[in-house]
Design a protein around this ligand. Structure first.
Ligand SMILES: CC(=O)N[C@H]1[C@@H](OP(=O)(O)OP(=O)(O)OC[C@H]2O[C@@H](n3ccc(=O)[nH]c3=O)[C@H](O)[C@@H]2O)O[C@H](CO)[C@@H](O)[C@@H]1O
Ligand SMILES: C=C(OP(=O)(O)O)C(=O)O
Length: 435
């Protein structure tokens, strides 16, 4: 288990380029299974989860040619379906959440697929019902037998388009069902579809491959099945969660940074939520300039009542940034209620922040009230463990703003989603040592 030793109190200065989006990459890389033709993908983040998925596809027989550090050409013209029966497949596929999105393409192209219970963050119950109810609506047979190796299995000789109202606007669920529907016979309508930029990017890529999809960016997708898809090229958007993390980090450490090439129109309400915490952001072309700020003050609602920041399916605020908003509020002036509606185990990391000196009341597993300290008291460095990817980065931000040295254990969680974060932040003036 690796750790970070972080010396707090260093101010950052300079420019940082966000990596390609993790959650988009996981969908896009699964989509290469939909065609026998080459698919070239650019701006692939060099992070644990994405590398694990690329390895897994390689083990399944997908040809990979690395064209540069962040570009790979894939060709799925000879997929070894028997690999799915191996113990190695079970272990590797279970190591990340994104692997579940291989099922839609496998079902569409090979009429069957299986996946062990996928990994990913342990942040509460993470059900997969939407995926399998959707596949069943398309005509697949679904089977899950906990006694039989714990595999989720799907089987279908003939996928047929249909109308479906998704159980919930699941991000990976929508991607999975969509990838099955593009090669199904006839027309599929998916209502209550998730519509994050990740999914919009996937839809656009599928259209370039020859799929017929309308309603892109909305919660009502219509797909006219085609018999075959062809190859394409695709470039990943910058990671909006990393961009939000850098904004919070700059505010907490009184740093002046420029976040380059942010694809601003794809950030939705993210900049607005950080502005509500009182953080000044200047949009300069496609960059975000965050000036060094001694103080920032949390807004109230128009009627003077206390601000709540809550997650919601896109275009609402992404749950993946709530831990960052929470830690950023620790040194703001004012009070905010953080309401994590989707996941019930994502706020427990606040006990570490409290140990560092933050004023937070964990109201229940979904809600925490942060009473900002307006920098009157500096956090103090401690030893802590990163429980999940976003809490891990929230703790890193706290440590970077704290007095003294902190040790963060289990940074593999951070490495799942943030590319060489120590090196990139050290280049801006941080002091982070990988132990
Ligand atoms: C690999 C990947 O892309 N992971 C992301 C994906 O996970 P993932 O696709 O697994 O998450 P889902 O969108 O399926 O939903 C996550 C949780 O939110 C709940 N839920 C979902 C939809 C809804 O309308 N209401 C609701 O309460 C679900 O019950 C579930 O517990 O989306 C999550 C929600 O944005 C993000 O945190 C994850 O980073
Ligand atoms: C929860 C997340 O990831 P995953 O779904 O891969 O666990 C995340 O990216 O914040």
């Amino acid at each position: 288990m690796a750790s970070f030793k972080v010396t707090g109190g260093r101010k950052l200065h300079g420019e940082i380029i966000p990596q390609g989006a993790k959650n988009e990459a996981l969908q896009i890389i699964c989509a290469v299974l939909l065609t026998k033709d080459p698919v070239t993908i650019h701006n692939i983040p060099d992070i644990r989860d994405v590398n694990a998925l690329i390895d897994l596809l390689g083990d399944m027989g997908v040809k990979k040619t690395r064209l540069s550090a962040s570009s790979v050409r894939f060709q799925a013209d000879d997929v070894h379906m028997d690999y799915l029966e191996s113990e190695a497949y079970k272990n590797k596929a279970a190591s990340l959440r994104g692997s579940v999105m291989m099922l839609g393409p496998l079902l569409a192209r090979y009429k069957k697929g299986k996946i062990p219970r996928p990994g990913g963050d342990k942040i509460g119950r993470r059900r997969l019902d939407t995926h399998f109810l959707g596949f069943e609506r398309l005509g697949a047979k679904f089977d899950f037998d906990p006694e039989d190796g714990g595999f989720y299995k799907v089987d279908a000789s003939n996928l047929r388009g249909t109308y479906m109202l998704l159980d919930e606007a699941s991000v990976t669920g929508t991607a999975n069902v969509l990838m099955a529907a593009v090669l199904a016979e006839g027309i599929t309508t998916i209502y209550n579809a998730a519509c994050e930029p990740y999914l919009q990017q996937l839809c656009k890529m599928l259209v370039r491959m020859g799929a017929k999809i309308s309603g892109i960016g909305s919660n009502l997708l219509q797909i006219e099945g085609v018999s075959e898809l062809n190859g394409t090229e695709h470039t990943m958007l910058p990671d909006m969660i990393e961009i939000g993390s850098f904004i919070g980090m700059a505010a907490m450490t009184q740093s002046e940074i420029t976040i380059k090439n942010c694809s601003i129109p794809d950030l939705g309400v993210i900049p607005g939520v950080f502005r509500k915490l009182g953080i000044q952001l200047e949009i300069r072309g496609d960059d975000i300039f965050v000036p060094a700020q001694d103080h920032y003050e949390i807004d109230t609602f128009i009627d003077g009542s206390m601000l709540t920041v809550a997650d919601a399916p896109w275009p609402g605020f992404t749950p993946d940034l709530l831990s960052i908003v929470l830690v950023t509020a620790v040194q703001a002036k004012g009070t905010v209620l953080i309401h994590q509606k989707m996941f019930e185990s994502r706020l427990f990391f606040v006990d570490k922040l409290i140990e560092m000196g933050a004023q937070i009341i964990l109201c229940d597993p979904h809600r925490a009230t942060v009473v900002g300290m307006n920098r009157e008291i500096q956090l103090r460095g401690i030893r802590m463990t990163s429980p999940d990817i976003r809490a891990g980065v929230a703790l890193l931000i706290a440590a970077m703003s704290a007095k003294g040295v902190s040790i963060i254990d289990n940074i593999e969680q951070i490495d799942r989603g943030y590319q060489n974060i120590d090196t990139r932040l050290n280049a801006l003036g941080a002091e982070i040592i990988r132990l």
